[in-house]
Design a protein around this ligand. Structure first.
Ligand code: EPU
Length: 302
């Protein structure tokens, strides 16, 4: 979708929103898949209500993009514009055990920065690509921990009320890869309360998690992490593996040989290839195990 109206373009500049016309989302997602649209980069959180008002008034649909690491975007010209926060400097400010973090901060860099300041707890998420805002929205977790446990406060733009609001951690429900945020809420900042730990101890935890991840996941390849959520008490990776589906391909979309719940873009996969592979595997798992798999990856398809 292209914004061509000079009035809208001028208004965007006025509220400090950068317009990048015709951006290929394939370049902004870890899967390397996705069509083209206008990208609106937000330099100041305070401009969000004005921006959303402007888009609404002109009937311009939009999606919010975080780090693009858990996302499958459709092919071709996309029917909505994409909004993304510009990362401020600094993006993490510490105050005792509290880390004040911008949603656009890189998750891994935030964990390392806190570790260097003897604040731990988030070691399990090292190696998970993406932004803090994205991790928060999905309640990212690994190796027995989840980010939601550390959240004390979130500042977000709520589309329902069309304004910026602050929620306490206990007003948000964090479940397995799910939160009570509305789909059109946009994370802005978060306060995490992290336990004090010596840097050396955190570093050892990080080393162990890195090693486990390296040995079981296809880290060097283009992927969106796990495609499906695990049903209670089961591992989808193991089920797909048991069905002998590692290496199954549609075009360049391929079930990873290393971890069967990771589907990789082995070249120039399209969204259509990846979606066909997802529904094929879902059907086979349903047939054999009678389990209906839910996507873990977020799909933006027209
Ligand atoms: N397994 C296989 N074959 C495979 C993959 C896994 O037999 O191809 C077996 C493993 O040997 C192990 C069991 O299945 O016995 C579980 O595998 P793993 O430890 O890799 O965990 P998972 O349940 O597949 C979950 C998360 C990952 C997270 C890891 C580590 C989900 C959907 N996945 O994977 O998160 O990194 O645990 O905590 O919850 C993600 O969210 O994108 C993600 C990758």
């Amino acid at each position: 979708m292209r914004i061509r109206d000079p009035g809208i373009v001028a208004k965007l500049a006025e509220i400090r929103v950068e317009l990048r016309q015709g951006t290929a989302l394939a370049g902004l997602t870890s899967l390397g898949i996705g069509g083209t649209t206008d990208l609106l980069r937000i330099k100041n959180h305070k401009s969000l209500p004005d921006l959303l008002k402007l888009l609404d008034a002109n009937h311009i649909p939009h999606e919010f993009l975080g780090g693009g690491s858990n996302l499958l975007v459709g092919d071709g010209e996309l029917p909505w514009v994409v909004l993304q926060l510009v990362r401020p400097e600094p993006d993490v400010v510490l105050d005792g055990n509290f880390a004040h973090v911008d949603a656009a901060a890189d998750l891994g860099r935030m964990i390392t920065f806190c570790a260097k300041n003897n604040l731990g707890g988030m070691e399990g998420l090292i190696g998970v690509p993406g932004t803090v805002g994205g991790a928060l929205r999905m309640n990212a977790g690994a190796y027995g921990m989840q980010i939601g446990s550390y959240v004390r406060e979130v500042q977000l733009y709520r589309a329902a009320g069309r304004k910026i609001e602050v929620l306490r951690g206990d007003q948000i429900s964090f479940e397995y890869r799910h939160t009570s945020f509305a789909p059109d809420d946009m994370m802005l900042t978060v306060i995490l309360e992290l336990p004090s730990k010596p840097f050396k101890v955190i570093l050892e935890g990080i080393r162990i998690c890195n090693e486990k991840r390296r040995s079981s996941q296809p880290l060097g390849q283009k992927s969106a992490g796990c495609i499906f959520k695990n049903p209670p008490g089961a591992s989808v990776g193991r089920m797909i593996d048991e069905l002998g589906l590692k290496g199954l391909s549609v075009g360049d979309a391929r079930v990873s040989d290393r971890h069967a719940n990771f589907f990789v873009n082995a070249g120039h996969a399209s969204a259509r290839d990846m979606l066909t592979l997802i529904s094929d595997v879902r059907e086979r798992v349903q047939k054999t195990y009678g389990v209906s798999l839910e996507n873990e990856v977020v799909v933006w398809n027209a």
